[in-house]
Design a protein around this ligand. Structure first.
Ligand code: AMP
Ligand code: ZN
Length: 313
């Protein structure tokens, strides 16, 4: 047994004279699910709590919310306000129906089963932001660039997210928090890499690869995020994933085209002092071949001359 589902379900059946509606069983499973509570804690803090605080209706101290001026309400007024809230809730539900929960439905984006399978397989069954495994939290297929920002329905624009990461991301997509989003369409008009259109060897939604104009070895490739950003440390996780995927596909492509390639050096230069000359983040993928230098020992350690071979120390 790999989860609590079976004992919970059997317990519900036992407690209900041996018979239970699936809704009752589901509600009981839900009562054990900390990730659901965590999800709504996120909504409370980032959305509704923030707005109530901004409008000075409630305040927050550590994790405790207090309604402003609650003490000045009579118990009759409290009952009246509760009834008013109930009215608003039922109004909203009758106007919008089940649609208010549509964003939480697992298959709401209608990603086909086989694509979903491919995305989860590619992510190795783990959330691509926090790394949690699918055994611990349900994974959802997310559009990296949201559809309403022009994101495509293609596997390159999908990632597997656990529903906490997905919900947090979704919450930041909405109205007040739009600024927190990475602007994937950011380009700089005077940046040579933002304007690269020639020699592109591979691309996906967020990254592209082209041959270096002054190659260290034949077929030296640069892999860059499409968005303009200065260096590795400014990359978002989806961009790191996108660059990583291109790295793997280019390794296959280059080695199948050139059987003399027997190794690679892979690296980012970050900052002028580390040798960076183009300030649009790029990853060097440098194919290596037998005896292409006299002594390859140390590889990237040779960025400092003479420091390649630590055994010489
Ligand atoms: P870095 O020194 O790490 O900033 O690397 C910059 C890389 O960009 C070098 O390997 C250059 O050979 C390469 N490079 C410079 N200009 C161009 C260009 N117009 N097209 C392609 N690669 C370029
Ligand atoms: Zn750029």
């Amino acid at each position: 047994m790999s989860h609590i589902y079976q004992p919970v379900m059997i317990k519900v059946l036992l407690e209900n004279g041996g018979v239970a509606h699936k809704k009752t069983i589901a509600q009981s499973i839900l009562s054990y699910d900390f990730s659901q509570v965590e999800y709504y804690e996120g909504i409370t803090n980032n959305m509704v709590g923030r707005i109530l605080r901004k409008n000075e209706i409630a305040k927050k101290d550590k994790n405790i919310y207090t309604l402003n001026d609650y003490e000045s309400l009579s118990s009759g007024e409290v009952q009246e306000l509760i009834a008013l809230c109930d009215l608003k809730i039922s109004d909203y539900i009758s106007k919008r129906g089940n649609q208010i929960w549509e964003h939480r439905r697992r298959n709401r984006k209608a990603v086909s089963g086989s694509i979903r399978y491919e995305v989860l397989k590619r992510a190795d069954g783990r959330c691509e932001l926090c790394g949690i495994s699918k055994e611990e939290k349900a994974l959802e297929v997310d559009h990296i660039v949201p559809k309403n920002n022009g994101g495509e329905d293609s596997i390159d624009n999908y990632q597997a997210l656990c529903y906490t990461c997905n919900a947090n991301k979704r919450d930041t997509d909405e109205t007040d928090f739009r600024d927190l989003d990475v602007k994937y369409d950011e380009r700089k008009s005077d940046c040579i890499f933002c304007n690269t259109t020639r020699n592109i060897v591979a691309e996906n939604e967020l990254a592209l690869a082209f041959f270096d104009k002054y190659p260290v070895t034949p077929k030296h490739v640069l892999i860059i995020p499409k968005r303009h950003c200065a260096d590795y440390f400014e990359l978002s996780q989806p961009e790191i994933n996108a660059i990583n995927r291109l790295t793997h596909s280019l390794k296959e492509k280059l080695t199948s085209e050139d059987h003399n390639i027997t190794g690679f050096n892979i690296g980012f230069n970050v900052g002028e002092d580390a040798g960076q000359t183009v300030f649009h983040c790029h990853m060097h993928l440098i194919p290596r071949r037998l005896k292409d230098v006299e002594n390859p020992v140390g590889g990237v350690r040779n960025v400092v001359a003479g420091k390649g071979d630590y055994k010489q120390y």
